[in-house]
Design a protein around this ligand. Sequence first.
Ligand SMILES: *[C@@H]1O[C@H](CO)[C@@H](O)[C@H](O)[C@H]1NC(C)=O
Ligand SMILES: *[C@@H]1O[C@H](CO)[C@@H](O)[C@H](O)[C@H]1NC(C)=O
Ligand SMILES: *[C@@H]1O[C@H](CO)[C@@H](O)[C@H](O)[C@H]1NC(C)=O
Ligand SMILES: *[C@@H]1O[C@H](CO)[C@@H](O)[C@H](O)[C@H]1NC(C)=O
Length: 319
Amino acid sequence: MYKFLLGWYKKFPEYKSRSLFLSGESYAGHYIPQLTDVLLMHNEKSKGFKFNIKGVAIGNPLLELDRYIRVTYEYFWSHGMISNEIFLAIKKDCDFEDYTSGDPHNESKSCNDAIDEAKAMVGEYVDNYDVILDVCYPSIVTQELRLRKYVTKISLGVDVCMSYESSFYFNLPEVQHALHANRTHLTYGWSMCSDVLNLTGKDVYINILPLLQRIVEQKIPVWIFSGDQDSVVPLLGTRTLMRELAHAMGLPVTAPYRAWFRKGQVGGWATEYGNMLTFATVRGASHMVPFSQPDRALGLFRSFVLGQRLPNTTHPPID
Ligand SMILES: *[C@@H]1O[C@H](CO)[C@@H](O)[C@H](O)[C@H]1NC(C)=O
Ligand SMILES: *[C@@H]1O[C@H](CO)[C@@H](O)[C@H](O)[C@H]1NC(C)=O
Ligand SMILES: *[C@@H]1O[C@H](CO)[C@@H](O)[C@H](O)[C@H]1NC(C)=O
Ligand SMILES: *[C@@H]1O[C@H](CO)[C@@H](O)[C@H](O)[C@H]1NC(C)=O
C-alpha cells in the first residue's frame, strides 16, 4: 500500500499536498494503523515529500482478538441470544487468553462445549454482523441473479442481500471495464474477502494498541467508531480498549461520554480523550456502519474530516 501510494502520487502530483485521511473498517483495525505507521516513518526519514496525514478513522476495528472473542458472548447474552446457563459456563470455563481461531481454539473441552452450545443457540438465521437485521437467503438471491440479474427485495430499509448483489455486480465485465479495474485479467474472480491475501494467519493475533498509541503521540487525530448491532467486533471490546489506551497514555477525558446527534435523533454515543482520540458508537449500525446507517455515517465522517467534535446537542428540545 505504501508503494502504491508513492506510485499514485507520482502519477497524480497535484494531490501531494492535499490532506490525507486514512480510513477503513473491521480488519482495517490492523492494516490502517500499520499503514499509517509506515507513512509516518517515511515522513520522519524523508527530506522531500511527506504524507500530509490529517486523521485516521476506523469502524468496528479488530484491535485485539482475545478481547473481542470474550465480549462476543457477553454481547449475545445481553441481546437475549444465549441462555444464562451457557453464558455462566463460558465465563467459568473459558479464559480466552491465548484463543486461536481454528478449532479447538486452544481452550478446555468444557469451554469448547459451551461455545458450541452458544453457537447452536444463536443459530444460523441471524446475521452476526448486525443482530437486528433480517437475514439473506443466499441460495434464492444467487439463483435470481443468475437468471434475471436482479433480486426480489426481502427486507425493508437496508438491503440484507447486498453482499451477494455486489459480488455479482463487480464481476460483470462491463462494470470492471467502466471502473478500469482488473486490466491484467486476473485468473480468479472478485470477492469481498479475497483468499489471495491470508488475512487470518498469525497477523490476526497482533495487538494493535501500541501502534495506535504511536499515531496519537504524533498528534494525528484518531477516531474509532463502532456500529452497535455488531456481535463480531462488538463495541463492548472497542470501548474498553479505548479507555485502556487513554489510561496508558495518560490522556484525560476531554469530552465526556454523551449522546451525539444527527437530524434530531441520537446518532450514537461518543467520548474524547486528550483532544486527540475519539470513540463513538453509531446507533442501529452494523459491522459496516455506512451500509446500515448511511446518514449517521455521513454525519460522523463529516465531523471527522472537518476536525470537529460530534454535535452533542440538538433542537428543538424534547418537551
Ligand atoms: C495455548 O494456551 C497456552 C496457555 O494460555 C499458551 O501458553 C500457548 O502458547 C497457547 N498456544 C497457542 C498455539 O496459542
Ligand atoms: C478479471 O477478468 C477476468 C476476465 O478477463 C475474469 O475471468 C476474472 O474473474 C476477473 N478477476 C477479478 C478479480 O475481477
Ligand atoms: C496463503 O496461505 C497459503 C496456504 O497456507 C499459501 O500457500 C500461500 O502462499 C499464502 N499466501 C500468501 C500471500 O502469504
Ligand atoms: C458539548 O460539547 C461542548 C463542546 O465540546 C462542550 O463544551 C460541552 O460541555 C458538551 N456538553 C455536554 C452536555 O456534554
